[in-house]
Ligand binder design. Structure first.
Ligand SMILES: [Zn+2]
Length: 325
């Protein structure tokens, strides 16, 4: 069995590229496909050419999760060849009802952020609107879609891979695990750095934002028992020591969360104070989601409480009660 081949594609997030993984075999399959831009289209075709293929040789495109850099190009592919686009049950709505789901996600994100940060600060830190991402992303014709379940087995060119639902970075994210080789197509679940726990809207009304970092931590636990020898991530290169990488990322999340708690204990009550206290010069979209995550965990551990003060959440440590013996 030949290893997935990396085709690196440019993205609109300048410093960042995204991977399409080519699986060559009885049939040729792409895992993810980049954004709908001409630069991506060119890079994808060049990458296939380098491997002796054209887009007409691709029979399936499998989508790991509904983020534009992973599935935006899918429709353009269907316009240029006969490939079917394989999406999970939870990604399906993103292929057929894109703008409504983008609005729901964007509303859930803002509902999580704006009670913490002023609109001004938010617009300064986040230099793109979530809704403005839609030009790089198209819906996919229903007759070209093929739906796979959130858990179970899937065939990639005669090889059996296990579908693993790994929400956190994205509610509908799936990884694919090949038991005999220990290979994991890891999407944005396993990356060299901690994936951004982007708030995502629930699938049912009122479409509330989830606790993405807690969900992400639970997804690590699904992967730990596996015998992963190599991960083929959504961004950057192949990863080898996955168990150690997971352990380190779990530890880093834990330490930063504890730092967040100490800052609250020491009197920092506003979100901006916590964000600056933990991340100093790295105030951005990603670190906002991390701090939202730390606060979710500390609240669920019963160690902090929050109160609405002047339209913004203020965070306080809970009194430790020692039970009388
Ligand atoms: Zn990604």
């Amino acid at each position: 069995m030949t290893e997935p081949i990396q085709i690196e594609l440019p993205t609109i997030f300048e410093a960042m590229t995204v991977n399409s993984w080519l699986i060559k075999g009885e049939e040729n399959i792409l895992i993810d496909c980049g954004e709908k831009t001409d630069a991506t289209w060119e890079a994808l075709n060049k990458g296939l050419e380098k491997n002796g293929l054209t887009i007409q040789d691709i029979s399936k495109v499998v989508i790991t999760h509904a983020h534009l850099d992973h599935m935006g190009m899918a429709n353009r592919i269907t316009e240029n060849c006969n490939a079917t686009i394989w999406v999970s049950e939870m990604v399906h709505g993103w292929a057929t009802n894109l703008n409504e789901l983008l609005d729901r996600r964007s509303d859930a994100i803002l509902a999580a952020i704006l009670p913490n940060i002023s609109k001004e600060d938010h617009d300064k830190i986040v230099d793109f609107g979530y809704k403005r991402l839609s030009p790089y992303w198209d819906e996919i014709p229903a007759d070209r879609l093929h739906v796979f379940p959130m858990e179970g087995l899937i065939d990639f060119g005669g090889q059996t891979w296990e579908i693993i639902h790994t929400p956190g970075h994205c509610l509908n994210q799936t990884c694919f695990y090949q038991k005999e080789t220990g290979w994991l197509l890891s999407a944005d679940m396993i990356l060299p750095m901690i994936p951004i726990p982007i708030v995502d809207a629930a699938r049912t009304a009122p479409y509330e934002g989830g606790k993405s970092l807690m969900t992400h931590l639970a997804s690590y636990e699904k992967l730990i028992p596996l015998n992963i020898t190599k991960a083929f991530p959504g961004h950057f290169g192949i990863l080898e020591d996955v168990p150690n990488l997971i352990e380190n990322q779990k530890m880093r999340i834990h330490h930063r969360k504890e730092k967040c708690f100490r800052l609250i204990q020491a009197g920092s009550s506003s979100f901006m104070d916590l964000l600056e206290g933990i991340y100093k010069e790295r105030i951005n979209n990603a670190t906002i989601f991390m701090v939202i995550g730390f606060l979710n965990i500390l609240q669920s551990e019963g160690r902090i409480k929050r109160e609405m003060m002047d339209g913004k959440w203020a965070y306080f440590a809970n009194e430790v009660t020692i039970d009388a013996v």
